[in-house]
Design a protein around this ligand. Sequence first.
Ligand code: ADP
Length: 232
Amino acid sequence: MAAPIIELRDVSKKYDAGRPALDHLDLEVEQGEALAVLGPSGSGKSTLLNLVAGLDRPSDGSVTVAGLRLDGMSEAASARYRRDRIGMVFQFFNLLDDLTVDDNVLLPARLAGMPRDEARDRAARLLERLGLQPHHARAYPGQLSGGQRQRVAVARALVNRPALLLADEPTGALDTASAAEVIALLAELNGDGQTLVLVTHDVALANACATRTIELVDGGIHRDVRGAAVVR
Ligand code: ADP
């Protein structure tokens, strides 16, 4: 069997002298899974996502993603890792408002060294696939609805063909109809084989997308089940 795409071994994260944010956590995620991460506020969800994204380092234990050891990696190497291996989608989109939609999507590809024409082509095809019209591509993010902006953010996250798409409350700032569009999109991407990690409180999102659900409590995995298995 292929190696897991995410492998955390005995990971602890302490920010200060108090209770650790993650406490001796072990987790393996296989390629193609859509993992929903649930848990009360303060249970360690963001900390887990930040470690997998290479944005932070564990205090103890090892973090391996797509064959790369992230703990102990230099800042420059983890920036490259984020650029080349993962895509991130945030609650509030984090698009650059002074750039057109097109430029927002192709920027990470250009930063990764993709030639301009190829990057333009890839951005255009992604935007079309995600249901955005050519006139949307020439617009600025502020001219789009929340659902459209989140689809642009998903396109940007996918432009470098990441091994892993990480999403932090991707429907948290959307109305029900826009959320439904984004949920359908994430489910479709996973159906096409994209590995997803979703930190969410959104029951509809977990129900539609998750092939597996873990629930964190006090920095440990309290539940780990197949499917959505949302109790709230
Ligand atoms: P969640 O995303 O589930 O709300 P977090 O991972 O943000 O949980 O937080 C887990 C614990 O770590 C909480 O007790 C929180 O206060 C603490 N924590 C998170 N980030 C920091 C930080 N930068 N400095 C100090 N403590 C932090």
